[in-house]
Every structure is written in structure tokens, then in C-alpha cells.
Design a protein around this ligand. Structure first.
Ligand SMILES: NC(=O)c1ccc[n+]([C@@H]2O[C@H](COP(=O)([O-])OP(=O)(O)OC[C@H]3O[C@@H](n4cnc5c(N)ncnc54)[C@H](O)[C@@H]3O)[C@@H](O)[C@H]2O)c1
Length: 312
């Protein structure tokens, strides 16, 4: 029998979620031994890779987490698990902090106690910088988050730097822009591409908040996965993971109408408060240090996403 317990492993927290499950698939494909921890709050069993070992647990439970570290030789961690809703963080800032800050500290403590070498962290470029002072925003842009979620992600980045200084734990934080692709939740409040794709395919009317001219920097999930794998073996630091391009919500909607062949029109409703109007991030730092850059153009990414939603 394969000696799973003794082997060096990669832990992926949130490995049943949208981005985490794609990371797990790629790690397994490349021959890594993978341990997934997830409490299935937004993640789904169907996303779990059968060749990874799954532990259903909540990061807020120190004891449960410690048990997994004790039983497995966790060499490196890719930390994707989070309360990932900006709106929920505004409604329940204490819950957001419990999962995103305390949960991260629990994980860091296990890394320290069980001699884990490295942690790669899913941070946010969309919610950490606040109102843009220039576009595209680089990592030197002032950090003035507009939500508890953005603040919590930044605090966790700072904890990671602290654990590096105190205990030598290697850390790389990846600040994603707006990630999209297969398995994204089409019923959430965010993830406009998943929501529009599903609605159009079901001949339902999508809602656009505001005039639709607001822009985002949409990065395809496969490119985000690649960034995580490069970060696992690469240098420490903090890097934007994005495309540097702005695409408006109206443009996304038009492209999706063309791809799906649907003529449905969107309904326009009052814009949502607290959202920035324009957003794009600069990835030069990741390009230099991690040798990463986005490879999937928006048309191709949208087609693959629509194909996925057609099949489920
Ligand atoms: N999707 C994006 O555009 C985007 C952008 C920037 C950053 N991020 C970050 O990337 C990461 C992955 O996001 P996603 O879009 O895949 O979201 P997701 O909700 O699909 O994945 C999060 C996963 O974490 C799990 N989880 C939540 N709370 C947990 C807890 N207390 N204990 C254990 N597991 C828990 C969920 O069940 C889920 O599987 C998150 O950290 C998110 O903040 C996402």
C-alpha cells in the first residue's frame, strides 16, 4: 500500500471551492500528494478530487486543524479557504474576522508547530487597495480597503510577514483581481460572468447594477492556478495576479450574448453602494519574480466558462 501518511504533502484549504478545487486538480495532475481541508460552507463535494485526501473541518477549530497536521507531513500550504463575500463582511464583520483572520492565524500556528516550509495565500487586489488613485494599480498603491473583507485579507498578509520574520515561514501572497471560470457559483452576489452565463443559458434576464460602464480586471481561473503553482516553488512576496486590462460589465454581457447566441436584454437597476467604478491591476512584479503572466484572453475564457455551464 502507498505510504500516504509519511509522504511530504501539500495542503489546500478551501479545496472544495471554485479556485481551490482547480488548484487541487492541477497539483494532483503534476504528481503532488494533496490534502484538502474545507468545511463545505460554499465549497461542494462534487468539486473534490478523488485522488486528494479530504478532511471536512472548519479553520476556526484549532483542534481539528492540528489533528490533520499531526497525521500528515504537510510541507507546504495553499490557503484559499475564506469567507469570500464582501457584502457578508459588511453585514457580519465579526464572522468575517473569525474565519479570515483567526482561521488564518490557526493555520499559521500549525505551520509553525509542524515545520511547514511555505504558505501561499489567496489575497485580493480588488478589495485591498480601495478607491484607485491610478490605474492599473500596482502593489505600491496605497492600501485603503472599503470593507472588512479587504481589511481582513490585508491583516492576514501582515500576519504572514510576521511569521516569516519570527519563524522563517516562507510566504507568498497573491492578490487576485476578479477571477472567473468553470465551477464559480452562479447564484452568488458576485461573479458576474458565472451569473450572466447561467441566466442567459436559462433564458432568464440578468440584472446589471448601475449603467454597466463600470470596469473590472477579469482573470481566468487557469491562469490563477498557474500563479499558485509557480508561487509554491517560487520566491516570497506579494504579487498582483490579474490581466492589467479593464472590461466593462456591458462588454462582458455583449460577449456572453454572442457566445450563447441569446438575444435576451439585461435589466438595469440602481448601482450598488461601496463599489469602485473602474478597476485594473498591474502584474509586472509577478512577471519578473514568478515568471507569470496571464495567458487566457477574455473571449477564450468566456467560451470555456459558457461550455461548462452548458454541461451542468
Ligand atoms: N473569486 C474571486 O474573484 C476572488 C478574488 C480575490 C480573492 N479571492 C480569494 O480566493 C479564495 C478562493 O475564493 P473562491 O472564489 O474560490 O471562493 P469559494 O467560496 O468557492 O471557496 C472558498 C472555500 O473555502 C471554504 N471555507 C469557507 N470558510 C471555511 C472555514 N471556516 N473552514 C474551512 N473551509 C472554509 C468554502 O467551503 C469554499 O470551499 C478566497 O480566499 C477568496 O477570498 C477570490
Amino acid at each position: 500500500m502507498k505510504d500516504f501518511a509519511g509522504k511530504m504533502k501539500i495542503m489546500v484549504t478551501g479545496g472544495a471551492g471554485f479556485i481551490g478545487s482547480h488548484i487541487v486538480d492541477k497539483l494532483v495532475e503534476r504528481g503532488y500528494e494533496v490534502v484538502v481541508v474545507d468545511n463545505l460552507s460554499t465549497g461542494r463535494k462534487e468539486n473534490l478530487n478523488q485522488n486528494a485526501r479530504f478532511h471536512e473541518l472548519d479553520l476556526r477549530s484549532k483542534e481539528d486543524l492540528e489533528r490533520v497536521f499531526k497525521e500528515n507531513n504537510i510541507r507546504k500550504v495553499i490557503h484559499q479557504a475564506a469567507q469570500a463575500s464582501v457584502i457578508k463582511s459588511v453585514r457580519e464583520p465579526d464572522f468575517d474576522a473569525e474565519v479570515n483572520i483567526i482561521g488564518t492565524i490557526n493555520l499559521l500556528e500549525c505551520c509553525r508547530r509542524y515545520d511547514t516550509e511555505k504558505i501561499v495565500y489567496a489575497s485580493t487586489g480588488g478589495a485591498i487597495y480601495g478607491e484607485p488613485e491610478h490605474l492599473p494599480m500596482d502593489e505600491e498603491h496605497p492600501i485603503k480597503p472599503l470593507s472588512p473583507y479587504g481589511l481582513g485579507k490585508y491583516v492576514s498578509e501582515l500576519y504572514m510577514s510576521l511569521y516569516h520574520r519570527l519563524y522563517g515561514l516562507k510566504c507568498t501572497a497573491l492578490r487576485y483581481s476578479n477571477v472567473y471560470g468553470p465551477r464559480q457559483d452562479p447564484h452568488g452576489e458576485a461573479g458576474v460572468i458565472a451569473i450572466f452565463s447561467k441566466k442567459l443559458l436559462e433564458d432568464k434576464q440578468p440584472i446589471i447594477f448601475g449603467d454597466g460602464k463600470q470596469t473590472r480586471d477579469f482573470v481566468y481561473v487557469r491562469d490563477v492556478v498557474e500563479a499558485n503553482l509557480l508561487a509554491l516553488e517560487g520566491v516570497n512576496g506579494t504579487y498582483n495576479i490579474c490581466t492589467g486590462k479593464q472590461t466593462s460589465v456591458n462588454e462582458i454581457f455583449e460577449m456572453l450574448r454572442n457566445i450563447t447566441g441569446k438575444k435576451t436584454k439585461a435589466a438595469y437597476e440602481e448601482e450598488r453602494k461601496g463599489e469602485v467604478r473602474y478597476c485594473s491591476l498591474n502584474y509586472s512584479k509577478a512577471e519578473k519574480a514568478l515568471k507569470w503572466k496571464p495567458k487566457t484572453g477574455i473571449e477564450k475564457g468566456l467560451k470555456e466558462t459558457v461550455d461548462y455551464f452548458k454541461g451542468i
